[in-house]
Design a protein around this ligand. Structure first.
Ligand SMILES: Cc1cc2nc3c(=O)[nH]c(=O)nc-3n(C[C@H](O)[C@H](O)[C@H](O)COP(=O)(O)OP(=O)(O)OC[C@H]3O[C@@H](n4cnc5c(N)ncnc54)[C@H](O)[C@@H]3O)c2cc1C
Length: 479
């Protein structure tokens, strides 16, 4: 092990392996650290590679176009035409995302790691990262434990935090004006899923669709979140739910129940009338697991002196779908590119790293604040309102545009007149009009993201106030 590197990448999940591969390509010397054994790289916890495994084709294409790595079988396990969101009464269906893939997640992670190693990244497995080393206001390395549990300090010009949701780096940064250390629990979904081999009892596309990934919006089944049934190869399914703690507590209180993520997950599996004779598919010991996903906009700044973050460590998953594979892949590459440039320029200060914020916002991040507001709105609707809204408020085209965070082509004004003529739930509709306006406002704020750290404090105040205003207006109301 060397003492000093240009870049240390902490975490060899999706974002970390790609950040390391890209930084090496850009000429940097890179150490890539992960707590897992090499054969289990990217495993999030003892529960495995807990994930729904679905990723849009466009994100994989981004990776191929940027660094040339091509994907196919076996890491791309199964192709789907898209994702379909289904209303609680099963009467409305909105397609999202377009063509995508179900990954064999352990195999996919291994492919990215080997690509990084082949490129020249120095990989250290079974290394537990415990926190950042600080010097003169800069992150200048990490400390942790090697596989013999020996305390190790490793230094670098720059550290990339790719440690995922429970990062020990971001959370231990000194108080600073750029990167927040904590994520609000209201912005976190507790999630769990099984991978089963199943028999299909009969055709019912509301419960199992071998061509599409299904999402059940339903506040009874998954308060503050949703349930999913995603098809995999050879008659397997990835089935799970995500819930918001506040919504679950409220539902339990109102119902006098003691449901947990676990009981709701099992109830969801059991109520599916189509998939039968479930056999846990436990390859890689990855058949059942629980973990958390942040569903807010990404951290306002992804950089600090000597520090960059990518993927779940920066709360990058999509606030509506919780899809974090795509942004982790995109961010890993952009972080690696910018890291190599900063090192080559001999400057890893926050100013020098700032361009990564701009790159990520352009490629993915500028829509997420609007989607966060849309998520908070959805969490304020009970099943009846979701049913009504999906049927009456939005055309499929409008719903899809909103789901992507686009707001411009909406023809809501005419709908508004229609609803005013005598429909119910005016309040919910008025709120939707407010949300669309708010999404536009946030789009404009993110278009104005500061070109350097200079204007950041003012910008951040504006963005946070705008999102907070919506959060004050909408409170969770699952039942
Ligand atoms: C139940 C569930 C379902 C999901 N479904 C989907 C889906 O269908 N589609 C989608 O796009 N996204 C989904 N997501 C989100 C997606 O899985 C994540 O966004 C993605 O894994 C983020 O990748 P990452 O590289 O940032 O972090 P991670 O995948 O979390 O990788 C972090 C790596 O760092 C290692 N590490 C962590 N701490 C330390 C430490 N202290 N020292 C050393 N190493 C450490 C970990 O072991 C791991 O290898 C889901 C998430 C969950 C929990």
């Amino acid at each position: 092990m060397k003492e000093r590197y240009d870049v240390i990448v902490a975490g060899a999940g999706l974002s970390g392996s790609l950040a390391a591969a890209t930084a090496v390509k850009g000429g940097a010397s890179v150490a890539l650290l992960d707590r897992n054994k090499e054969a289990e790289v990217g495993k999030k916890t003892n529960w495995g590679w807990v994930c729904g495994d679905a990723v849009a084709d466009s994100h994989l294409k981004f990776v191929t176009e940027k660094i040339g790595i091509r994907f196919g079988a076996p890491e791309l396990d199964y192709k789907v035409d898209g994702v379909i969101a289904i209303s609680p009464d099963l009467a409305s269906r909105f397609p999202f995302e377009g063509e995508g893939w179900m990954l064999d997640r352990p195999v996919f992670e291994q492919k990215l790691l080997q690509y990084a190693i082949k490129g020249g990244a120095e990989y250290h497995s079974e290394f537990e990262v415990e926190g950042p080393l600080m010097e003169n206001g800069f992150v200048c390395g990490i400390f942790g434990k090697d596989r013999e549990k020996k305390h190790v300090e490793m230094r670098a010009k720059l550290v990339i935090d790719a440690l995922g949701m429970a990062t020990t780096l971001r959370r231990k940064l000194p108080q600073n004006p750029y990167v927040d250390r904590e994520v609000d629990i209201a912005d976190i979904e507790s999630t769990g899923r099984y991978i089963y081999e199943v028999d299909v009892d009969h055709d019912d596309l509301n419960w199992y669709d071998k061509k599409n990934a299904l999402i059940h919006l339903n506040q009874e089944i998954a308060p503050g979140g949703y349930g999913w049934v995603f098809p995999k190869s050879n008659g397997k399914v990835n089935i799970g739910i995500g819930v918001q703690k506040a919504s679950l507590d409220m539902r339990n209180q109102k119902r006098g129940t003691k449901d947990s993520l676990h009981t709701l997950m099992d109830a969801y599996v059991k109520m599916n009338p189509v998939i039968k004779n479930l056999r846990l598919y436990n390859a890689h010991n990855n058949g059942k697991g629980y973990w958390s996903v942040a569903v807010r906009r990404q951290m306002d700044s992804l950089v600090f002196n000597g520090y960059m973050g990518a993927g779940d460590s920066m709360a990058m998953p999509n606030p509506i779908s919780a899809g974090g594979i795509g942004p982790a892949l995109v961010a890993g590459i952009l972080a690696g590119e910018n890291a190599a440039k900063a090192v080559a320029n001999g400057n890893t200060s926050v100013d020098s790293l700032w361009n990564y914020n701009l790159d990520f916002n352009k490629a993915y991040g500028s829509k997420t604040a609007g989607l966060e507001v849309f998520r908070v709105y959805l969490q304020s609707l009970n099943n009846e309102m979701i049913n009504y809204g999906m049927k009456n408020f939005l055309s499929t085209k409008e719903a899809v545009a909103l789901g992507y965070g686009h707001t411009t082509e909406l023809s809501l004004a005419s709908k508004f007149r229609m609803v005013l003529k005598g429909a119910q739930n005016i309040g919910a509709f008025t709120n939707l009009v407010y949300v669309v306006k708010k999404m536009k406002e946030l789009e404009a704020i993110y278009e104005d993201y500061p070109e350097s750290p200079l204007g950041f404090e003012k910008w951040r105040g504006l963005a946070n106030r705008s999102v907070e205003e919506a959060k004050q207006r909408f409170r969770p109301r699952p039942v």
